[in-house]
Design a protein around this ligand. Sequence first.
Ligand SMILES: [Zn+2]
Length: 276
Amino acid sequence: MHYENYYTLNCIITIKYKGKNIKIRKEDFYMDGVLATTHYFSLEDSRIQYLQCVNCGVWITHDESEWVYCYDKRVNRFANTKACTKCYKTIKKEADTYLYHKKLAKGYLDELLFINTRSVINSDYETDSAFFSNYEYCYLTGIKCEGSYDKKTVHFDHFIAIDTGHVGRIIGNIYPIFYQLNLLKSNKNPFEWIKEKEICNRISQERWNKLVNYFAKCFGLTLDEYKNFVYWCYSQPRRIKDIENDGNTPSIDLWRKDKRKRKYLRLVENAKFWRS
Ligand SMILES: [Zn+2]
């Protein structure tokens, strides 16, 4: 990561860990003068990280904690955070109930995908803003955004539509687009959408090529592989239940797994053919 202006402040603090007072290093990471994150490390071994259970506040090591999506009083919102193994089960139950109710609300699919996939791809904001340089302009046409808040004329679009139940609101799938184009794109496969005469007349082919190559790069794929992945997402749509079942496995890994399975089945078929 590269930031123009960042620094860390360290100090030693005393905490109660497993009934004993121990000293650990508190590391505050600042970006442009604003505290971004705080981490706690062992003085002896900086690979050992400490944290406080989101629920009971007891100090635990990273290895003794479980990820849970729940209400975090420290940040006043629902967040992906960590709990001790004792609290984990109860919190998980509450969080599931919360998510179940949220499911009925619009935007749940978006949120669910975000939670399940965001940690996977390098979500280095700097890299992203360096590529787009200005979110006020539609990337494909150069049209400038007018209006503010919900009246903005340049929107963020999920390149692979959220309706597929894949990928979601992550770096490598989001780009600024003029709202009229966004409406026309709707939930279509972008590689099919671009073939429409009206669309390819309106957007810059050069920008399109840049965009799809950038997305491919975000996933560490060649353009052909990326296209293949996009078509796969549209051919294997997931419902909320499917995404929950797949857990934290991102779409790209599901695609890779499926590709290997297909290759294996082809080999088996070929072997059968040669034997018969
Ligand atoms: Zn706890």
